[in-house]
Write a protein that binds this ligand. Structure first.
Ligand SMILES: CC(C)(COP(=O)(O)OP(=O)(O)OC[C@H]1O[C@@H](n2cnc3c(N)ncnc32)[C@H](O)[C@@H]1OP(=O)(O)O)[C@@H](O)C(=O)NCCC(=O)NCCS
Length: 276
């Protein structure tokens, strides 16, 4: 049996170290907390390397009935360009059923996704550093909130309650903006290995997005990371002025001719690139 005939199997959290080893072999950071979250909310798949470890992996996260995200697609370098990436992708797309499938692509991944029928719909710039800027309006810390969940469903067009359960449990900060007694914006700050990740940022307008980001960053010791949608050039400029360095710009791609559901204009930053 060659590697091309090796079956795809569902991975369990016990396979996490092998996923991390595979990711690190491709120069990705050992982002264990992020992988753990994805294993909890998603379905991980892999192809075993006959000589030990994994030859390929990928994670599908179904976000309610309408939307799904694919992430962590990695193929060991020595098995590259033999079709394993496409196999993992076809398998996860099939498992997503009728849902609209989104992903954020790396430079290496993009040609494969285009070949499979993914279309570029937007982009997110990765920012990292020590951030300091004034919040233009007041935000409030909460643990959870029905208003937040309603807003998330409205803006993303999907009932991603299972993801929110994990996200709100894991986040050190959950901040909301209220307008007329209604939640009109929210963002979370979650500590990962050596940084605090800010995202998602969902807001009615840019001042609200700024306030959420500034207030989360103000309560953080150490660097922050955020992936800001490039449709907001003023926000990108503000982030840079506040001390964040722009890095990779990742295209967000959608499978087939679907559009992203919900209200894209109110989505300033994804939960994680892996989750949209
Ligand atoms: C991206 C990645 C998963 C592709 O896996 P793979 O098994 O090599 O991909 P496949 O063999 O299925 O290739 C699929 C197609 O993608 C394109 N492709 C793959 N690698 C490519 C490369 N290095 N340059 C240009 N096109 C490439 C080709 O069109 C290829 O088809 P072809 O070989 O018939 O021309 C792999 O390169 C990888 O793990 N990279 C590091 C991690 C990463 O960036 N993952 C993507 C996260 S979004």
């Amino acid at each position: 049996m060659t590697i091309l005939d090796s079956p795809i199997r569902r991975l369990d959290v016990v396979d996490l170290p092998e996923c991390l080893d595979l990711a690190v072999s491709r120069d990705w950071a050992r982002a264990e907390r992020q992988w753990r979250m994805l294993f909890e909310v998603g379905e991980a798949y892999g192809i075993e390397d006959p000589s030990g470890g994994l030859a390929a992996c990928g994670i599908l996260t179904n976000l309610g009935d309408g939307l799904a995200a694919i992430s962590m697609v990695v193929v060991a370098e020595r098995f590259g360009r033999q079709g394993l990436g496409q196999r993992i992708m076809r398998h996860t797309i099939e498992r997503a059923g009728q849902r609209t499938v989104l992903l954020h692509a790396s430079t290496l991944g993009r040609p494969m996704y285009e070949k499979l029928g993914f279309r570029h719909v937007s982009s997110a710039t990765n920012f990292f550093g020590y951030f300091d800027a004034a919040a233009p309006l007041t935000t409030k810390q909460v643990d959870d909130s029905p208003g937040l969940r309603r807003l998330d469903a409205e803006v993303t067009g999907s009932e991603r309650g299972a993801l929110l359960d994990v996200l709100l449990r894991e986040a050190e900060q959950v901040r909301i903006v209220e307008t007329g007694g209604k939640v009109t914006g929210y963002a979370t700050g979650t500590r990962h290995e050596n940084l605090t990740h800010i995202g998602p940022v969902i807001a009615a307008d840019e001042p609200s997005a700024r306030a959420l980001i500034a207030d989360i960053a103000a309560a953080v010791e150490g660097p922050v990371r955020i992936e800001i949608d490039t449709r907001n050039p003023d926000l990108l400029e503000w982030a840079e002025k506040g001390g964040l360095a722009p890095g990779v710009v990742a295209p967000c791609m959608v499978f087939g001719d679907r559009e992203l559901p919900g209200d894209v204009a109110r989505r300033y930053a994804p939960v994680l690139r892996a989750l949209g």
